[in-house]
Design a protein around this ligand. Sequence first.
Ligand code: FNR
Length: 379
Amino acid sequence: NEIYLQGYGGTRPALTTDATRLEDAARTLLGPEAFHYVAGAAGSGATARANRAAFDHWKIVPRMLTDATERDLSTTVLGTPMSAPVLLAPVGVQSIVHSDGERASARAASALGLPTVLSTASSTSIEDVADAVGDGPRWFQLYWPNDPEVCASILHRARQAGYSVLVVTLDTWSLAWRPCDLDSGYLPFLHGDGMAVPFSDPVFRSRLEKPPEEDTPMAVLRWISMITGTDRGWDALPFLRERWDGPIVLKGIQHVDDARRAVDAGMDGIVVSNHGGRQVDGALAALDALPEIAGAVGDRIEVLFDSGIRTGADIVKALALGARAVLLGRPYVYGLAHGGEDGVRHVLRSVLADLDLTMGLSGHRTPAELTPAVLRRTP
Ligand code: FNR
């Protein structure tokens, strides 16, 4: 309400209310390397562009006289109540864009009743982010370390620190071919405060050694590969189930058969995602994978979605196509770059207000009312 009334009342906000324009605003704020790391994608950027274009193929068909003046956006996913079906996507090394990093993002989300998914590659420790959000909802994203004892230690710390859901990212057991980072010679983990989650872990630290002849970037790359792990098989999942007594979500699912296997493996949720187009260039748009997957498994497992969400209408479309909630990535990082916690809050409030109004003006009061019937596919 505040941003809306101020805007129509003649006060210009310090930062745009249009998440599709935040990238331009961040370009002038961040150094070129950090900017390209956040904005960049794999290869030619085809999948990142497809992620956005896919939303344009679906159109909302507004309904009238539905008495949608009062809306309730709240929902509960895997035992976590949230004020709207929106979570902060896990984004690593946020200290490269703002010194308050993940603490600021998590606090902004928590104050609005939204959960944060903290990355294994966070530049702030698991415990510090937990302290920053107090009672606020928090999930933990795992890059699955090669060493089982390191993995168990990180999971134990996350559970002790009150993270309720484990999100296991499957699509990034190696960093992809990202020309913008390769061309600028940029490894974000050498900047900001590095990866505090693994590096603050006592078991991981006990494994670190750097042969004298190895230079620092080489050592860091090797350490990252110890954390991001290796490609495993489906039969590896019981290891995580034995060490995590809460819900487990697999992130990076794009094929309906993988979604079915997640159900068969007893997982609690999936995130239909292509990592914001940052891994397989030429992969299909995440939104194009969603309807088939939600149709096949949506009644047996929680289906979440990310990759390309920028506006309230995007969220309406993803929910209508079967997602229970969406994760927002780059937009909040741009907000963080602009104004720390306040910047993230501004971006989240803008997206939530846009969602609320879009739902109301198209005749819907709750997320549960958003079904495929709300949309029409157009060429
Ligand atoms: C990511 N993403 C990511 N995912 C993950 O599981 N662990 C991580 O550490 C990171 N780190 C990361 C850094 C940066 C700079 C970006 C932009 C993204 C992927 C993220 O969780 C999410 O899948 C995408 O960002 C969603 O796409 P949009 O919303 O950015 O288009």
